[in-house]
Design a protein around this ligand. Structure first.
Ligand code: AMP
Length: 115
C-alpha cells in the first residue's frame, strides 16, 4: 500500500496540526511555514492526490470546500481586506504534498504574478 501523506496522517490524528476548522468532509489547519500573516490549508478528508486526480463525482465536495474557505476567511478576518486561494498542482505547479489542498493566504497585500 502507498505510504500515507503527511496530510492523511493529520486527518487520522497521527500528527498534530493547528486546526482552525473541521467537519465531516474537510479540515483546515495552519501551514507550518506560513507565507502570509494568515496561511491556512484546507483539505478534503477524502484522499485525492491533486486537482488532476479529481473525479466527476467530486463536484459537490469541491463546492463544499470552497464554501468552507469562504467561511474560514470570514472567521479569520480576511473577508474585508481580501485573500488568495491557491492550489498548486503537479511538479510545475509546485505541489509538494500529494493530497489535494487549498492554500488560503491573507493578512497582507499579495503580489502578482507568482514566481
Ligand atoms: P504545496 O507545496 O502546495 O504542496 O504545499 C504544501 C504545504 O504544506 C506547504 O506550504 C508546507 O509548508 C505545508 N506543510 C507541510 N507539512 C505540514 C504540516 N505537518 N502541517 C502544516 N502544514 C504543512
Amino acid at each position: 500500500m502507498a505510504e500515507k501523506t503527511i496530510f492523511k496522517r493529520i486527518i487520522d490524528g497521527e500528527i498534530n496540526a493547528d486546526v482552525v476548522y473541521e467537519d465531516e468532509l474537510c479540515m483546515a489547519f495552519r501551514d507550518v511555514a506560513p507565507q502570509a500573516p494568515t496561511h491556512v490549508l484546507v483539505i478534503p478528508k477524502k484522499e485525492i492526490a491533486s486537482v488532476a486526480e479529481l473525479a466527476d463525482e467530486d463536484q459537490p465536495l469541491i463546492g463544499h470546500l470552497y464554501l468552507a474557505i469562504r467561511n474560514i476567511a470570514k472567521e479569520l478576518g480576511l473577508a474585508e481586506g481580501g485573500y488568495r486561494v491557491v492550489v498548486n498542482t503537479g511538479q510545475d505547479g509546485g505541489q509538494s504534498v500529494n493530497h489535494l489542498h487549498f492554500h488560503l493566504l491573507g493578512g497582507r497585500a499579495l503580489s502578482w504574478p507568482p514566481g
